[in-house]
Design a protein around this ligand. Structure first.
Ligand code: UN1
Length: 521
């Protein structure tokens, strides 16, 4: 059976399929006639049951030696790699990502598994000298327990793997609530994970909508069934999750929105900056948390930059995500409606360029060179808003979709003020060849991730990923940094002196005159 043979998809709780609940269809956003699968959405009770199943399975999983848990991750990575093309095709069918981007998304899971396989043979603690003789100090990483992971639909398999792979490797059990508009993908990924050798209950999947998951999480936290929450999604929902976790003295891992700046310095390679802006702003139809928000361009290059970028956007093919296009459809109707709402922010505001039309691409509101049938799916025109200033609503609003703003600056301090002023701090880019500008920008920008002469999106899978301010609470995913999300440090001291030694009080003195006395008389 192929991993994509899933006509009806339900939750997986303690290794059992749950097929009771409201039935919804998942449709191909590039061709709404095509039903990708049918999903059964569970209730808050399903979420709580999944947390119970995870709680019951976690201790035994934690007792499996970490290198053996690593072997399961190795097997999962191999299975994902073997199914790369099939899974990538499903990414394109279910959420409309252009096929090369979908392949990249699946590769990100493989890279994540590769990294954490060997982490199973590290998970290093330390041996630390004691201040007393015949005593040794140690640190150990312990699993946190049950991790509840809530993820978004724009990276329906890669971003979940950033949480689930390290969480499992560290000995936690997981309850995953994927985006309800990508159920075929979450089911396929979960089946690959389970086929990799996870015992029942170690990975549970709850297909449900956001408010239901929130209700379930509230109850599960109340019953002390969840020890860590991971959330990727919007800043307002992240704030609510942070509040809820705070009530239970927990700090969640929050990966939230962005309004990512791309600064073009006067010495920039303009072709490179235009190419980077095109990919950052319009790749995945602007539906990445790392998508370009505002290009902040030095006044001396502004007109040339806007002219070249507008031309590049005009000429870019848009449409069928299986064809060679810059971008395909919006992920889901909900994303399209929200995006069309944001377009209200620019009405009558500034000159709009990049395309003669805005809003939905249809046969009545066409785009030249569109690839495929625009009426079949959820396609939107690309929009460039010039003349953005710090006081404009669009400057501080994350507009998840194919739209970017352009602002001008005269000196680097002004560029930095524009890069930071909205309070988001996820990703930023600077185009320059001047090391002084690079390092002044690096230390001045609030973003957690920074590119020099590259786009705001496209983070590699083993560097810390995450943001500050409205973009997150400082938690980081990926690489060794995520281990601090899914383990807790335990300190141990071992005294073999055979008598009680008191820290700070029984500390041995150096014999003789220390010779360093400062005599104040
Ligand atoms: C996201 O949009 O939530 O850096 C994650 C990137 C991707 C991940 C984006 N590797 O654009």
């Amino acid at each position: 059976m192929s991993i994509t043979d899933t006509r009806t998809v339900g939750s997986i709780v303690g290794g059992q399929a749950r097929e009771d609940g409201q039935r919804v269809e998942s449709r191909n956003p590039a061709n709404l006639e095509e039903v990708v699968c049918e999903a059964v959405l569970g209730g808050a009770g399903t979420f709580v049951d999944a947390c119970r199943a995870a709680r019951a399975a976690q201790r035994e999983w934690a007792a499996v030696p970490a290198p053996v848990r690593g072997n399961a991750i190795k097997e999962i990575g191999r299975l994902v790699e073997e199914n790369k093309e099939t899974l990538a095709r499903l990414v394109t069918r279910e959420i409309g990502k252009p096929h090369p981007e979908s392949l990249g998304e699946v590769q990100e899971i493989v890279d994540t598994c590769d990294f954490f396989v060997s982490e199973g043979r590290r998970l290093y603690g330390m041996t630390v000298p004691s201040e007393m003789p015949d005593k040794q100090l140690f640190t150990f990483r312990n699993p946190v327990g049950v991790a509840a992971i809530v993820t978004a639909g724009n990276f329906p398999v890669a971003v979940p793997s950033w949480y689930i792979v390290p969480a499992l490797l560290c000995g936690n059990a997981v309850v995953w609530k994927p985006a309800e508009y990508a159920p075929g993908l979450s089911d396929a990924l979960a089946r690959l994970f389970i086929a990799g050798g996870l015992p029942d209950g170690v990975l549970n999947v709850v297909q449900c909508d956001g408010p239901t998951a929130f209700e379930g999480l509230e109850q599960a936290l109340e019953e002390r069934l969840v020890d860590k929450v991971g959330f990727t999604g919007s800043s307002p929902v992240g704030a609510r999750i942070g509040e809820l976790c705070g009530r239970h003295v927990q700090s969640p891992c929050l990966e939230l929105g962005g309004k990512n700046p791309l600064v073009v310095m006067p010495d920039a390679d303009l072709d490179l900056a235009v190419e980077g802006s095109l990919f950052s702003g319009f790749g995945t139809a602007g539906q990445r948390c790392t998508s370009l928000g505002t290009a902040i361009v030095h006044r001396s290059l502004h007109d040339e930059f806007v002219g070249r970028l507008s031309r590049a956007v005009e000429e870019a093919p848009i449409g069928d995500p299986f064809a060679d296009v810059l971008y395909g459809p919006m992920i889901h109707e909900r994303f399209q409606e929200r995006f069309l709402g944001w377009l209200g922010l620019i009405e009558g505001h500034h000159s709009v360029s990049g395309s003669s039309a805005t809003g939905r691409i249809t046969s009545d509101n066409p785009r030249a060179g569109f690839v495929g049938d625009p009426d079949a799916g959820l396609f939107c025109h690309p929009t460039i808003v010039d003349g953005v200033r710090a006081e404009d609503a669009i400057y501080a609003t994350e507009t998840f979709g194919p739209i970017i703003g352009v602002a001008e600056f005269d000196d680097l301090d002004e560029a930095l003020a524009l890069a930071n002023g909205h309070g988001y701090g996820l990703s930023a880019a600077i185009y320059t060849n001047d090391p002084k500008s690079v390092f002044r920008f690096r230390s001045g920008v609030s973003a957690g991730m920074l590119s020099v002469n590259n786009s705001t999106s496209g983070a590699e899978a083993h560097l810390p990923f995450g943001g500050n301010g409205r973009s997150g609470n400082g938690s980081r995913q990926s690489g060794v940094w995520v281990l601090d999300q899914f383990t807790r440090w335990q300190a141990m001291n071992w005294d073999y002196a055979g008598k009680l030694q008191k820290a700070q009080m029984d500390v041995a003195e150096l014999s003789g005159d220390p010779g360093f006395r400062l005599d104040r008389s």
